[in-house]
Write a protein that binds this ligand. Structure first.
Ligand code: ADA
Length: 527
């Protein structure tokens, strides 16, 4: 199954409506976001991308973009994805061998309609374009998909799941790590012991390959499960320490170059962290690959942000969420770095009407992948009524930052975290967001200064390390990120950015970054 990568310079046109475009008067990079560049900065409309491809017969095209994509092949629509950031597979018949016209329309218009998956009030910019590499491959008979789910970290047993195109063969060839293949009878699902297995851990992220007939996948052998208040990685209690990270950069939008993504992960790892929450949508493949290789533990989540009751009860919204979770799990299931599945960040989970959707998504994910815990990040904290539906309790809390308090607000962090720890049910408890804004270069020592932010985040970290009850923390956030200005966030988002990054949007460190590095280095020496 040889994929053709379609990255490069495509013909391009921009229109304000979605009328089919025939005049391509410009060019654009794929991957790329048309509204991040100077010509169409902040525009909302439809970007039309075109190129020609030589391929024939039944094919599958993989792409990821926003906010809504439509795919046209020789003028006819062959696919559509209304799920922003979602890894999308588009299958169609490419026809006879020859030169075919491929057009992808990326629509970034945002409607405030409950049926939509992206909303104007989300606190991150909804870029228009093709966010990730575009690949196309011929669909051939035989094995079409291989999933490997680790079952045991002690004897190396995995569950192998196979999918076939057309009728399954009687037997398949299995080869681990390039070793001589063994022939086994075909089954949709079976258990197997990986020969000479090595565990995947953050310290030693060993990876294996499995080749089933002609399909090769990479996987890591590790287990992750909840036991009482603890999260166990390979049977041992683990503390997660890291950041929330958006896939964004002012010059590239959501279509960040892989080099930047990999460098971000390297920085986070070398600072002494072991965890990234990929907020608030499915991640790009290069991110997951790099986390697999560098030993970073990942929380991957489906798109959602502060969705009110009105969205949660809307049939079309629910259907979109179900499909987004399905696509995310299907795409990322073999990545050992992913240890937590999430969805619906800060939904109205204090309302009973949230329970059907939260419960449905958790069940759906577990049915496809019973090997990882499921959660959502709650900002309803003690008022939440959905914690019984998920495996980990994850809280977004900003004590002393958003709350109205005297002074710098830092001394309220510990009491607040103690209060939450004392009152929440017996499940692993994670702080999925905590942070304070700092304007890059502000050294006034007041709120919004780099000094204040550094003190705030150090206190949060100190609490997490000294309070046994907490399974970990994802600080908010790795770097500053572009958001909307004309919404409810206006007063808290100077420059149109969420300024709670420990680096600015160009990855230049603020004081907090340096201080957190020192803090983690000292802790490493002590243990
Ligand atoms: C929320 C949300 C984040 C961000 C943050 C903030 O918790 O999940 O996306 O908006 O608040 O900066 O206020």
């Amino acid at each position: 199954m040889t994929s053709i990568c379609l990255d490069g310079t495509w013909d391009f046109a921009y229109c304000e409506t979605d009328e089919f475009c025939t005049r391509f008067d410009s060019c654009a990079a794929v991957p790329g976001c048309f509204d991040a560049g100077s010509a169409l900065f902040n525009h909302r409309g439809v970007g039309w991308y075109r190129r020609f491809v030589e391929i024939s017969g039944p094919v599958c095209m993989r792409l990821r973009g926003g906010l809504a994509l439509r795919v046209f092949w020789d003028g006819a629509q062959v696919g559509q994805c209304n799920l922003p950031y979602s890894p999308f597979e588009c299958e169609f018949d490419a026809g006879d061998f020859g030169r075919h016209e491929l057009i992808i329309a990326a629509d970034n218009r945002v409607l405030d309609d409950p049926r939509q998956q992206f909303h104007p009030f989300y606190d991150f910019y909804g870029y228009g374009g093709i966010y990730d590499h575009v690949e196309i491959h011929p669909l051939e008979d035989g094995i079409s998909r291989v999933e490997v789910l680790p079952l045991s970290h002690t004897d190396g047993t995995v569950k192998i799941r196979l999918e076939c195109r057309n009728s399954p063969p009687d037997s398949v060839r299995l080869s681990f790590d390039g070793k001589p293949a063994v022939q086994v009878s075909y089954a949709d699902e079976f258990e197997y012991q990986v020969p000479d297995f090595r565990l995947w851990t953050p310290e030693s992220p060993c990876l294996h390959t499995l080749c089933v007939d002609d399909v090769e996948v990479r996987f890591g052998l590790r287990t992750i499960r909840c036991e009482g208040r603890d999260l166990l990685l390979n049977g041992e209690k683990i503390k997660l320490v890291g950041y929330n990270r958006h896939e964004a950069h002012p010059q590239f939008g959501a279509a960040t170059p892989d080099a930047l993504t990999i460098e971000d992960i390297r920085k986070i790892k070398s600072q002494g962290c072991n965890f990234i929450r990929g907020c608030h949508y499915p991640q790009k493949e290069a991110f997951l690959d790099a986390c697999d290789r560098m030993g970073i533990l990942v929380w991957e989540e489906a798109l959602g942000w502060g969705n009110p009751e009105e969205h949660l009860v809307c049939q079309e919204f629910q259907q979109g969420q179900v499909e987004a979770c399905r696509q995310m799990v299907r795409r990322s299931i073999n990545h050992p770095c992913v240890i937590i599945w999430g969805f619906l960040n800060e939904n109205a989970s204090n309302k009973a009407s949230a329970r059907p959707l939260v419960g449905r998504l958790a069940q759906l994910i577990r049915a496809t992948d019973p090997s990882r815990p499921v959660t959502f990040a709650s900002n309803r904290c003690l008022r939440d009524c959905c914690f019984d539906l998920v495996d980990i309790i994850a809280l977004n809390t900003y004590p002393g930052w958003y709350s109205d308090v005297e002074g710098d607000g830092i001394d309220v962090i510990r009491p607040e975290l103690e209060k939450l720890a004392a009152q929440l049910p017996e499940k692993p408890l994670l702080i999925s967001e905590i942070g304070a804004s700092a304007m890059f270069g502000d050294h006034s020592e007041c709120r919004w200064s780099e000094e204040h932010q550094a003190r705030y985040l150090l206190e949060a970290l100190e609490c997490i390390f000294t309070m046994e009850r907490y399974t970990g923390v994802a600080l908010w956030q790795y770097c500053d990120t572009k958001t909307y200005v004309n919404t409810i966030h206006f007063y808290g988002r100077p420059r149109g950015f969420n300024n709670k990054g420990t680096l600015n949007e160009y990855r230049i460190p603020k004081l907090a970054w340096k201080k957190i590095g020192e803090f983690l280095a000292t802790r490493r020496k002590q243990t």
